[in-house]
Design a protein around this ligand. Structure first.
Ligand SMILES: C[S@@+](CC[C@H](N)C(=O)[O-])C[C@H]1O[C@@H](n2cnc3c(N)ncnc32)[C@H](O)[C@@H]1O
Length: 210
């Protein structure tokens, strides 16, 4: 089966995420920019980065490298056009995070927002853990269930409905347990309530120091 994300045009994705009833891009950008301030990472990996939401928050003078990973090459091409000034620091990687064939080294911060709902989180945590340096940080943002809003909120962008077939919410407690099995220790967690009524769980993990 073709991954439905490959059938969603960037303009539909962004139109959906920015529509007033959904409005998720801004809060996700804010969580990332707070992480940049809190941890001052030099080497960053953005998992499921789509068209590069949040990349504008980075002070490129202060960082060494940002790896921007996504399965959809169209999204990454748009990212490159929008951030053409900083391509000496940004490296895009087209890959399926269920089985990425790349190895990233000495990562200080992995920011993974609304991606674990679409991949095998246990399998991918095992791989991510090898990329993060000892004392490095993983930030996971998970969507929480909401009684009266469907997991994929309806919007005029009908192609997004295809995601319902693969999207699975991940319970934070299961995620924490899988992260701990892969040398990540939970250092804090927080719930972000969006205007739409949806909620995101943000978990910050530190890679165990040896
Ligand atoms: C909801 S969006 C992520 C939002 C984004 N992280 C942000 O902060 O604005 C999910 C992204 O994950 C990507 N994705 C989904 N499944 C994937 C997979 N198996 N491997 C890599 N990327 C994937 C999609 O193409 C999409 O860009």
């Amino acid at each position: 089966m073709k991954n439905p994300w490959l059938e969603i045009k960037a303009e539909d994705y962004e139109g959906h995420m920015e529509s007033p009833d959904i409005d998720q891009l801004k809060p996700l950008r804010k969580i990332f920019s707070t992480a940049l301030k809190d941890f001052c990472p030099k080497r960053i990996a953005l998992l499921g980065c789509s068209t590069g939401n949040g990349l504008e928050e980075i002070d490129y003078k202060k960082i060494e490298k940002v790896y921007a990973l996504d399965i959809n090459n169209e999204y990454l091409e748009i990212l490159k056009k929008r951030h053409s000034k900083n391509l000496t620091k940004i490296e895009t990687v087209v890959c399926d995070l269920n089985s990425p064939r790349i190895f990233l080294e000495r990562i200080d911060l992995v920011y993974a927002a609304l991606i674990f709902e679409y991949i095998d989180f246990k399998k991918s945590l095992k791989i991510i853990s090898q990329w993060v340096k000892s004392g490095g940080i993983l930030i996971a943002v998970l969507q929480l269930p909401c009684a009266n809003i469907p997991e994929v909120t309806p919007s005029p962008f009908k192609s997004l409905e295809k995601l319902s077939s693969i999207m699975k919410l991940v319970k934070p407690e299961y995620f924490i347990s899988a992260a701990e099995s892969n040398s990540f220790c939970l250092i804090s967690s927080k719930i972000h309530s969006l205007k739409s009524g949806k909620q995101f769980w943000e978990g910050r993990f530190e890679k165990t120091k040896y």
